[in-house]
Design a protein around this ligand. Structure first.
Ligand code: MN
Ligand code: MN
Length: 458
């Protein structure tokens, strides 16, 4: 027996072809699904194809269901043999990612250049988002009520957008500022055009040209932007990185990796004893507030609806929660060889060493953390070991360096015993993040095992 705790590089344990094939499917998913709306639509289609029925439709008569909340959350439920009185195995991930949102009255011109005013979303390092190609995604509701879906900048013949930055020659002052102040929020406005209308009496000729163009092409008037949700995200596909193609570079790995691996894990598990559920949530990056965040009561509503449909007597959503377990599926930080000093290496995650289990998150003296019990950590540890899943523990950085939270605490608040588990990234929250393909596949194996095989009672 090995009495020392050591983690292994997952590449030495996993079947490489399986890892590569699975990662290619994920690569296509993360390229196609850049916003929460796009992800919900994509997952809905996949679920319907596998026989999941909308809980809120008349066709639902029991069995596996999907439930969609305001186009931005999707919940997938697989019915087990044991009734839900015994609890549910949950995996919860989020499908929103940091990005540059468009303001409600965005269009202006300066020095004969048309620009969009923006308001960034989530925790970004602003300097990373300038001078990279951006695509525009979202929806806009026109005056007549028609909803236009927007996706410009993803195909090779589409234009892209870009936020400019100051040339080094004139950046002496900017370069002396702390990095946090070098680019301010109001300087994250991308360039959207530069041709003027011919009428020289017109005051804002370039802005007018864009307005005319948007009207002719799409029927958009300026007031329509008020009823829009448009966002700039990094343009282009996720791509392989490295001579050995072992790493995937993509926008929104946080937390699309967990979303994808969780729902694939649910789809691929069968003959469940306990029922299992995957929750793909919104607004995690800004605190899980609002109607589609994890603090909303959509989950309660769905469970109550299901109990009613099944005519189960004397059972509340709360009863179910207090008998349930969940994995909070979110990404962690891998030790970056360029910035080793922010990590406490004995308790930090290694890139490529499998899914990372994190007992507590939070910051400082464990503030705002959901601290999983030793008992639960034991059960999950035991499950991962029994299923031969590459896994490791990982804490987010040195004690006083910073920190962060996940959805775990909002699941725990409901009485659901919860522990964090997800792959560790490099350059999290940057326009492009790096993930090890071995970690992506390990996460899939881990969520699949938890959803299908976790049998503990409380
Ligand atoms: Mn996350
Ligand atoms: Mn995040």
């Amino acid at each position: 027996m090995d009495i020392e705790y050591k983690t292994k590089n997952a590449w030495t344990k996993l079947n490489r072809k399986e890892v590569m094939d699975f990662s290619e499917q994920y690569r296509q998913f993360v390229t196609a699904c850049k916003t929460e709306r796009e992800t919900v639509e994509f997952v809905q289609e996949q679920a319907v194809r596998r026989g999941y029925v909308d809980l809120f439709s008349d066709e639902y008569k029991g069995g596996d269901f999907l439930a969609i909340n305001d186009n931005k959350n999707i919940l997938l439920f697989k019915e087990g043999k044991v009734p839900i009185e015994k609890g549910i195995n949950f995996v919860v991930a989020h499908i929103d990612s940091p990005r540059i949102d468009v303001k409600q009255n965005p269009l202006y011109e300066g020095a004969d250049i048309a620009m969009f005013k923006t308001h960034y979303y989530g925790g970004i390092k602003k300097y990373q988002w300038v001078t990279v190609p951006l695509a525009l995604h979202g929806v806009i509701i026109l005056k007549n009520g028609e909803k236009l879906s927007v996706s410009i900048g993803e195909s090779a013949d589409d234009p892209v957008f870009m936020i400019s930055d100051l040339l080094p020659h004139l950046a002496k002052k900017q370069m002396e500022k702390p990095i946090k102040e070098a680019i301010v929020g109001e300087a994250l406005d991308p360039v959207v055009g530069s041709i003027p209308v011919e009428d020289e009496k017109e005051k804002s000729r370039v802005k007018k040209y864009i307005l005319n163009l948007l009207h002719d092409k799409y029927g958009i008037i300026e007031e329509d932007f008020i009823s829009s949700e448009l966002t700039f995200v990094p343009a282009g596909s996720a791509r392989d990185v490295g001579f050995d193609n072992s790493i995937l570079m993509g926008y929104g790995h946080d937390d699309k990796i967990c979303a994808y691996t969780a729902y694939c894990g649910l789809f691929d598990s069968s003959n469940l004893d306990k029922s299992a559920m995957v929750l793909l949530m919104d607004k995690e990056e800004t605190g899980s507030d609002g109607i589609t965040g994890s603090q909303s009561d959509f989950l309660e509503y769905v469970i109550e609806k299901y109990i009613k449909m099944k005519r189960i007597k004397d059972l509340s959503a709360r009863d179910v929660f207090h008998r349930s377990f969940s994995l909070s599926a979110d990404v962690n930080a891998a030790i970056d060889p360029l910035y080793k000093d922010v990590f406490e290496e004995q308790n930090a995650a290694m890139f490529g060493h499998g899914i990372v289990m994190t007992k507590y998150t939070g910051s400082g003296g464990k503030y705002s953390s959901s601290d999983a019990s030793a008992e639960l950590v034991y059960l999950v540890r035991n499950l991962f070991n029994q299923c031969n899943i590459p896994w490791q523990i990982g804490e987010l950085g040195k004690v006083d360096i910073g920190g962060g939270g996940t959805i775990a605490k909002f699941m725990a608040k409901r009485g659901i015993a919860t522990v964090d588990a997800g792959p560790a990234l490099l350059s999290m929250h940057a326009p492009f993040e790096l993930a090890s393909k071995a970690d992506i596949y390990s996460s899939y194996l881990a969520y699949k095992a938890f959803l299908g095989k976790f049998t503990s009672k409380k």
